[in-house]
Design a protein around this ligand. Structure first.
Ligand SMILES: *Cc1c(COP(=O)(O)O)cnc(C)c1O
Length: 369
């Protein structure tokens, strides 16, 4: 199958740079960013800091590194961060904050809307006592699992953290999806946070890169950690040009991804599947255990790539426009139609009126009933 025909719904990280983005990368003026003299990186950082209302911004090759450098800039050895059980910085970064940053995570249960209950945060903050780690930071994530944190919650949580002397970090890998879905302004959405990490390489479509935002001293500190973590790239302007193109031209179109997610969810629900409510570009659908093996074989044959599980996450993005979503829905539809037909045929053949199946076949098809 031609690569351009494949429908990859595993993640919005699979997006490839558009022709216009490649042209911007091709034309990028570059320098050595470790010396701070890559004009394209500097342009992106200045532009982004101003746009989001921070003193400074710093480009990173990945969001994992951007988050880690931020956590290490807020917290020293033996300090503690309060974070969600489901947060990327706790669960999906190999525990880097603890392993590499000597930071103790205090994970809290995420509420169904993705938030951390203020009462849980309050109870987790340790008193100033030599038995305890020093609680320094509250880290939130938006969007989280495709959900937008309620803006009033974000305001309350960041104000509360501040009132208790905690710094605040937002893992905003998909912040722009939250902004588009909530209708908040970018600055409003991040106003309460001392630092923000934003991915350029997810729905925004750059091939690599994240930005960390904060006050100048924090960003200076993070720049030191970035070098120690191996993230001091040289002619990074090639990437920065892609990031700038993404921020300038590929934000508003995220609304299309959200519309496509709603369309995909409705199509799957019409097949009788249980689908969770959609807020941004992620669809979570329940797939019965008995269908997993067959779908894992059938969907790739039809050009549909998905991370199939009993709770399957499908992610819409700029390389999966409406016609591809419909192609994917048609593939799911064919599978369930064939299954229904086969089951009906089996039932008819196995019915007492038809004399029942011969013993050998009954055993062979025992899963079908
Ligand atoms: C993707 C992602 C990151 C960073 O991932 P990288 O692959 O390292 O760029 C961080 N946080 C969240 C919530 C993410 O989805």
């Amino acid at each position: 199958m031609n690569r351009s025909e494949i429908i990859d719904l595993r993640s919005d990280t699979v997006t490839r740079p558009s022709a216009a983005m490649r042209a911007a990368m091709h034309a990028a003026e570059v320098g050595d960013d470790v010396y701070g003299d890559d004009p394209s990186v500097n342009r992106l950082q200045d532009y982004a800091a101003d746009r989001f209302g921070y003193e400074a911004a710093l480009w990173f090759p990945t969001g994992t590194q951007s988050n880690l450098a931020a956590l290490m800039s807020h917290c020293g050895r033996g300090d503690e961060m309060i974070v969600g059980q489901d947060a990327h910085t706790y669960r999906y970064e190999q525990g880097g904050a603890a392993v590499l940053g000597s930071i103790q995570p205090q994970p809290l249960v995420n509420q169904p809307d993705g938030s951390l209950a203020l009462a849980d945060i309050a109870a987790a903050i340790k008193p100033d006592d030599l038995h305890f780690a020093r609680t320094r930071l509250l880290a939130l994530e938006n969007t989280i699992g495709g959900k937008v944190l309620p803006p009033t919650y974000v305001r309350d949580a960041t104000l509360f953290a501040k009132s208790r002397g905690l710094a605040t970090h937002l893992d905003g890998a998909r912040l722009m999806n939250a902004v588009i879905a909530s209708g908040q302004s970018e600055r409003e959405a991040v106003a309460g946070f001392d630092s923000l990490s934003l991915c350029l390489s997810k729905g925004l479509g750059a091939p690599a890169g994240s930005l960390l935002f904060g006050a100048k001293p924090l960003i200076a500190n993070a720049k030191r950690w970035r070098k120690a973590l191996g993230g001091g790239l040289r002619q990074a302007g090639v990437y920065a040009a892609a990031g700038l193109h993404a921020l300038e031209h590929q934000v508003a179109r995220l609304a299309e991804d959200h519309d496509n997610a709603v369309h995909l969810a409705a199509g799957l629900a019409a097949l009788g599947l249980n689908v969770e409510p959609v807020q941004t570009n992620m669809v979570f659908v329940e797939i019965a255990q008995e269908d997993l093996a067959a779908l894992k074989l059938y969907l790739p044959e039809q050009g549909v790539i998905a991370s199939l599980g009993t709770r399957t996450r499908l992610v819409t993005h700029l390389d999966a426009p409406r016609d591809k979503i419909d192609t994917a829905l048609a593939a799911f539809g064919r599978y369930y139609a064939v299954k229904q037909h086969a089951t009906a045929t089996y039932r008819a053949a196995a019915s007492p009126a038809a004399g029942g199946l011969p013993p050998g076949l009954a055993e062979l098809y025992s899963g079908m009933r």
